[in-house]
Design a protein around this ligand. Sequence first.
Ligand code: CA
Length: 227
Amino acid sequence: MKVGAATDVGLVRHCNEDAYLVAADRGLFAVADGLGGHAAGDVASRLALETLDEELTADRLHDGVGPARLLTRSLASAHRAVEADTRGHPERSGMGTTAVVAHVSTNGDAAWLAHVGDSRAYLLDDGRLRQVTTDHTSSGPFMRSFITQALGASGDVSPTLEHVELADGDRLLLCTDGLTDMLDDGHIEAILVENRPAQESCDALVEAAKRQGGVDNVTVVVIDVGR
Ligand code: CA
């Protein structure tokens, strides 16, 4: 398994509220997109990924409970961790974060994914890109969409789980909306099928998002299966 990751503030924002987690030895990968502005959104995304990192230990991932339940449980813990931090820091009220987390099995033949919000997972399989996750969004006035759930936001979260089978040569992409708001799926696919090393593909995706305007923070993780 070869992995690349990149995060960039973009061309308009002053603060990068995105974060990523890469723990390839555990087959664990995640991205998060914080909400709530300076000194809040970045806290939320970082805290959520720290919680996932602490909860999803190698021992737990191999103890038979099953990654699906563990991923869901760890996102619920991240939700509570961000909530608790907000209670301790009222100036951060309103902060929250999306998250999409993937666990690739040791032999690389499958992955479990769980997400909250509109950060996405895609699978490039035989040169075709497929969006694995479905955004937790609803459409509002003026063609705008808003996130219907976020870690740390009021109310409960119910992460959506996905299971994908993987084969050698497949590429998994985790990304924040700073990528997908700038590039359509065809554009993302065109970059991923060039089959450059994972880190180069990540850098190319970020550069392309910035060429298209870079209006938001952009974060990507590319996982090459079986290489
Ligand atoms: Ca964003």
